[in-house]
Design a protein around this ligand. Sequence first.
Ligand SMILES: [Zn+2]
Length: 459
Amino acid sequence: MSRFLRAEQVLLPTGMRAACIEIDHGRIVAIRDYADVPAGAPLLEVPGTHLLPGLVDTHVHINDPGRSDWEGFYTATRAAAAGGVTTLVDMPLNSIPSSTNAEAIACKLRAMEGKAHVDIGICAGLVPENAANAGDLFREGVLAFKCFLADTGVNEFSHVNERELEAGMRSIGRVGAPLFVHAELPGPLLAAAHAQGDVTPEAARRYAAWLDSRPKTAEDEAVALVIRMSELTGARAHIVHLSSASALPLIARAHDAKIALSAETCPHYLTFAAEDIPDGDTAYKCAPPIRERANRERLWQALREGLMHQVVTDHSPATVELKCSQSGDFMRAWGGISSLQLGFAVVQAEGAARGLSFTQVVELMSSKPAELVGLTGKKGSIVVGADADFAFWDPSATWTVDAMQLEHRNKITPYAGRQVLGRVVRTLLRGETIFELNADGLQFARPAGGFLRRRLGAA
Ligand SMILES: [Zn+2]
């Protein structure tokens, strides 16, 4: 039997308007006028909220199995649900095994069983060992592939060199899947390390030490290489977590030349600035690093101008010990920021201050990431036929980020103490409420998410 949701502000692909959504068997079956609700039919309304499509985050490290003390399916997907994210794509590292062969992917699916609060797609790894036939893993139902061009920080997942990248792109290009690339090159990183010499423990507490070790040139040269390879092989490449704004003109030229290249950035690059990062606060460490204020504003400009189309979290947790939270040593700390629960709230507030409409920000975090991984029509938009995934957004809620209120496993965040305007107050996955914020706090339903297999024929 059909059920109905309605709001005075529903974010449809044509814009915001009052509407009533009819859902049946977990799908959207009709979009009706606001008043068009059959008498006596079950109706869900949350007064004062906007109704958005469930958000889609195509860059998440869950690290389970193998490193579930860093993060796990249960905790990561609770954080996602509380942040309005109903679909996420799990990266091929830092779990053990990493998702680089069929057996490892099967292992991943077993680890997620019964623990996922949201739907999860898998990104398979391109590594030297599987470069020639990486595309074969598409048969396992993965949505995308990922490789690194520089050291990954974990032993089980090696980076590819130029030759392996080309072989991998030819293989992945044949099946039409996107290849996500961590774009930093070893050469410029090595040169920076040489120039820097030994860093004393005291100097390592300064953020500048970390920033100096990861120069923009490492990103810019990597982006140039990926563009060349994409042109050579015809494969679709996607630059993950772009931080260096000086790579943007290269991306613009690739677009002009109709090369199949796209790029994403992350909430932390759009929110923080190197100049403001306190000494010893390793919660801010990630790679590539958060750069200067002026660089940040150019990333925003690229989003406004449509040069980048996705904002995703790169949710990447680690333990307190690995984060070196005690010593504050930026050079030794694990890099990674966890923001599944906060990403949308933070980015929409920052975006509003820079002239991006609410609708634009929602698209950057829902329909555009869905499109990247072949989920258009199923996830990320309120359209007939799509899964009934929604977030109810209260635009007037004001709150302060408290690390202990975050659901991810290790409560480390550079957003602690931040004032935020607007909050997800209820999330639905395939028609069922999976998260609700009420007077008793954050409430979650039993995990009902599952493996989101690539649909046959979808690239
Ligand atoms: Zn990542």
